[in-house]
Design a protein around this ligand. Structure first.
Ligand code: ATP
Length: 257
């Protein structure tokens, strides 16, 4: 693998019975890159991401994440990545400080490191007034910003963000993306799924999945040129809703991960 590639995927496939949810996808992501992973509902994004973060075994294909093999070194992958999603980020019934301490512990930080990181995070996000409040009482946008910082506590090489800004207002989404840029500038790679096409424009490169396959992958600028589109929404609609493509055939039975 090239040294600058922190994710290297070759023909990665996941089948559930006869149904192929992820169909031989191949791509690489570079260090410090903001990589957008797009696709309509059911396209296979979450299934692909689960294989990359080491919680689901591929059916076939290859993937090296943060230098580790998804078949053999899944524990090492987990230690070297951060993860947050719209659905799960922080515990609502713990305070901001308690969440930081809890996740710091899970990520293997020492007591003094947790203390140091807590102070830093609270200062960076200007959370002094809410540090001892339950996370559940905070607006969603705040929660997601804190969750993103928490996902970075252990200085991971890659952060996987699964629809991190779903339901968040546009101003807070913009602030969230400022944080993403700052993080990428320090060399941390961002792998992000989103349904917001304005956010797709902020990515360095974007992949668009349709029915388990990657149908397009390039910079937003080149994708717009190629598909003769004025914005990423047009590109997405041309690809994801193409009449020549059939709907996913999942039987809706979720059996194993
Ligand atoms: P969304 O944006 O809605 O999260 P997605 O692109 O992440 O969609 P996946 O959740 O990866 O899509 O699902 C891809 C397909 O695989 C769907 O048809 C889904 O029903 C199917 N699928 C996912 N997990 C399982 C499972 N454990 N068992 C059977 N089918 C599954």
């Amino acid at each position: 693998m090239e040294s600058q590639n922190v994710i290297q995927v070759q023909s990665l496939t996941k089948k559930f019975g006869d149904f192929t949810a992820v169909d031989a996808i191949s791509f690489e992501v570079k260090k410090g890159e903001i990589f957008g992973f797009l696709g309509a509902n059911g396209a296979g994004k979450t299934t692909a991401m689960k294989m990359l973060i080491g919680i689901s075994m591929p059916t076939s294909g290859e993937a090296i994440v943060a230098g580790f093999d998804v078949y053999k070194n899944r524990d090492n992958i987990k230690r070297n990545i951060g993860y947050m999603s719209q659905k799960f980020a922080l515990y609502d019934d713990l305070t901001v400080k308690e969440n930081i301490t809890f996740f710091g512990g899970i990520y293997g930080l020492k007591k003094n490191q947790i203390k140091e990181k807590t102070t830093q995070l609270i200062n960076d996000l200007a959370l002094q007034e809410v540090a001892n409040k339950l996370v559940g009482s905070l607006p969603l946008g705040w929660k997601q910003k804190i969750a993103f910082s928490v996902a970075l506590l252990h200085n991971p090489k890659i952060v996987f963000l699964d629809e991190p800004t779903g339901g968040v207002d546009p101003i807070t989404r913009r602030q969230f993306w400022e944080m993403i840029y700052q993080t990428a500038n320090t060399g941390t790679t961002i792998f992000v799924t989103t349904h917001y096409m304005d956010e797709a424009e902020y990515c360095n490169r974007v992949s668009i999945m349709v029915n388990g396959k990657i149908e397009a992958l390039d910079t937003p600028k080149k994708l717009k040129e190629k598909y003769n589109a004025t914005n990423m929404n047009d590109v997405f609609l041309k690809l994801a809703r193409s009449p020549s493509l059939t709907l996913p055939k999942g039987n809706g039975t979720h059996t194993e991960n």
